[in-house]
Design a protein around this ligand. Structure first.
Ligand code: NDP
Ligand SMILES: O=C(O)C1=N[C@H](C(=O)O)C[C@H](O)C1
Length: 255
């Protein structure tokens, strides 16, 4: 049998972290060597022999966690939100000093969500209007969701490359927030509702028609195949990868 990959989970007591601990323990090719929470020393990552770190913590701690992992030669698979352009730039610079090490920043590990975002980016150039609605459980601390920010950014990039005008909007009188957040010129609306897990709709409008691309995670089990795929594939993708799509050959279905 090939040697198991030694995996540590940060944020192990959290909603996602506790699922990831179970998923790693159930995977025959992986070995859980550490399960750490707030207040635990990152030195345990070293003493446990971790080769891979899964970070599912909070936006305030994720950058320091990932930095520690990279500096100690561990690959990092990161689901935590809060990775803005400045943080990504600092991480890229650090990875240049550690060329064999991989970091995956995955705004969403659910394969359906990754596909939905890719489909939205594909559709973006063909419609006059686009808005994003993300809907989550009310214990989520960040808004908009990382997935929505990524989706809006990819939509905006596709529209800019195709020379599409901004979505029309005649609003001149507005209660602050009524039109949602402006992410690269795309309006993003955040709903927080007990009973929800993680959901997103991208609404495209054209003359006389609407296209809606919707994804629903009804259970955090939906994220686990992507988390495990991230660990298994990381070493083959040294450097920084943003989005699980970077580990999937999505274009193969078009050929
Ligand atoms: N990419 C994806 O597919 C997904 C990403 N997420 C993202 O993952 C993150 C976690 O979400 P969720 O599990 O719901 O949140 P939770 O609040 O349930 O879990 C976060 C956990 O991290 C712990 N923690 C905080 N700081 C540290 C630290 N420095 N070291 C180790 N552990 C720490 C918290 O401890 P304490 O409670 O004591 O603060 C808590 O147990 C969020 O950013 C969320 O948006 C969520 C779902 C899917
Ligand atoms: O906090 C969550 O729950 C989720 N966070 C991620 C995000 O902000 O996009 C991924 C998923 O939406 C669930």
């Amino acid at each position: 049998m090939t040697e198991q990959l030694a995996v540590a989970v940060l944020g192990a007591a959290g909603r996602m972290g506790s699922e990831a601990v179970k998923a790693v323990e159930a995977a025959p090719d992986l070995k859980l060597v550490a399960a750490l929470g707030r207040g635990d020393s990152l030195d345990t990552l070293v003493s446990s022999g971790a080769q891979y770190v899964i970070d599912l913590t909070v936006p305030d701690s994720t950058e320091a966690n990932v930095r520690f992992a990279v500096e100690h030669g561990m690959h990092a698979v990161v689901g935590t939100t809060g990775w803005d352009a400045d943080r990504l730039e600092r991480l890229s610079a650090l990875l240049e000093e550690h060329p064999g090490t991989a970091v995956l920043i995955a705004p969403n590990f659910a394969l359906g969500s990754v596909l939905a975002t890719a489909f939205a980016a594909q559709a973006a150039r063909y419609f006059e209007s686009v808005e994003v609605i993300e809907l989550h459980h009310p214990d989520k601390i960040d808004a908009p969701s990382g997935t929505a920010v990524r989706t809006a950014a990819l939509i905006a990039q596709a529209r800019a490359e195709a020379g599409v005008e901004p979505s029309p909007d005649a609003t001149t009188k507005e209660v602050p927030g009524a039109r949602g957040a402006d992410i690269d010129g795309v309006r993003v609306h955040s709903v927080r509702l007990r009973g929800l897990v993680a959901h997103q709709e991208v609404l495209f409008g054209g003359a006389g028609e609407q296209l809606t691309i919707r994804h629903d995670s009804f259970d955090r089990a939906s994220f686990m195949p992507g988390v495990l795929l991230g660990v298994r594939e990381a070493a083959a993708h040294p450097g920084l990868t943003v989005g699980l799509d970077g580990y999937l050959n999505l274009s193969a279905s078009n050929s």
